[in-house]
Design a protein around this ligand. Structure first.
Ligand SMILES: Nc1nc2c(ncn2[C@@H]2O[C@H](COP(=O)(O)OP(=O)(O)OP(=O)(O)O)[C@@H](O)[C@H]2O)c(=O)[nH]1
Ligand SMILES: [Mg+2]
Length: 259
């Protein structure tokens, strides 16, 4: 192992944030590695990172046929060569000042440290309430299926021990929601219930620059992660949003009768 922590940052067209976030992390944490997992951005993201000329920053261009936020983060975790890996967004919604706190929790012996949002209100009232309701639903499903839950299971900021999670990722790759956004939830489906979980609270912010990538497929994919009843809910949500569920999940066309 070389160094303590790799910060895995999934990116798509983040030219207005990408160099700023790398600089901010480097200024605060001189020894952290930064691994941008980029899904073939069409803007100047790559040039922005290359101009930094920082040997601890990697711009990894992913396979265009295997795109997905979930896949990007999981692949980044599997590639990390450090004791810990942590994921965060590129747009400063996750404060750089929180990263050291998560690593300090990991140093105390945790297998995973979840960044716990003090409030979700920066997303706006409607989205924050929706997020809380969906999270409660997820927790019930996890409980019904005998799986480990955590606080803030949909947090996009969390750190983990690479030696514990690399085999989980490699052994279950095809079962993850690879285009989905709720990576922590996906990992918890396969993690040992006895693992040690710690928390670090932080203030969730608003996007600094650039445009949001959130779209109606995100809640559909989140429900799809939640076994049979979740998949049924995903089909209902797809219908509400006018999204073709079977185009998203063609393999299920044969198994389920259309609604
Ligand atoms: N690799 C990869 N990264 C993505 C993809 N979609 C989004 N991202 C990145 O995932 C992170 C979260 O996306 P955001 O657009 O910030 O989503 P959000 O935080 O729900 O939306 P806002 O609150 O409006 O910022 C950002 O760093 C994006 O660049 C994707 O398809 N592939
Ligand atoms: Mg964001």
């Amino acid at each position: 192992m070389t160094g303590t922590c790799t910060i895995v940052i999934p990116t798509y067209n983040e030219e207005r944030n990408i160099a700023n976030i790398a600089r901010a992390i480097r200024e605060a944490y001189p020894d952290y590695r930064i691994l941008f997992m980029d899904d073939n951005s069409t803007d100047r993201s790559r040039q922005e990172v290359e101009a930094l000329n920082d040997p601890l920053v990697t711009f990894y261009v992913r396979d265009p046929d295997a795109r997905g936020l979930g896949a990007s983060v999981l692949q980044g975790f599997a590639l990390a060569q450090t004791d810990y890996a942590m994921c965060m967004d590129c747009d400063f919604q996750h404060p750089v000042s929180a990263l050291g706190g998560l690593v300090a929790e990991m140093d105390k012996g945790a297998d995973i440290c979840v960044g716990q949002r003090n409030s979700r209100m920066s997303m706006g009232f409607k989205r924050a309430m929706g997020s809380e309701v969906v999270e409660a639903f997820c927790k019930v499903q996890f409980w019904v299926h005998g799986k480990q839950t955590t606080k803030d299971m949909m947090s996009g900021l969390f750190a983990l021990r690479c030696d514990v999670f690399r085999p989980i990722i490699e052994n279950n790759w095809d079962q993850f929601e690879l285009r989905g956004w709720k990576v922590l939830m996906d990992l918890l489906k396969f993690a040992d219930r006895r693992m040690s979980v710690s928390y670090y609270r932080y203030d969730f912010g608003t996007r600094a620059e650039g445009e949001s990538h959130l779209n109606p497929k995100v809640p559909i994919m989140t429900f799809h992660q939640l076994w049979g009843f979740g998949k049924w809910c995903a089909r209902v949500v797809a219908k509400i949003y006018g999204v073709d569920y079977y185009e998203m999940y063609p393999a299920e066309r044969r198994r389920c009768s259309p609604m």
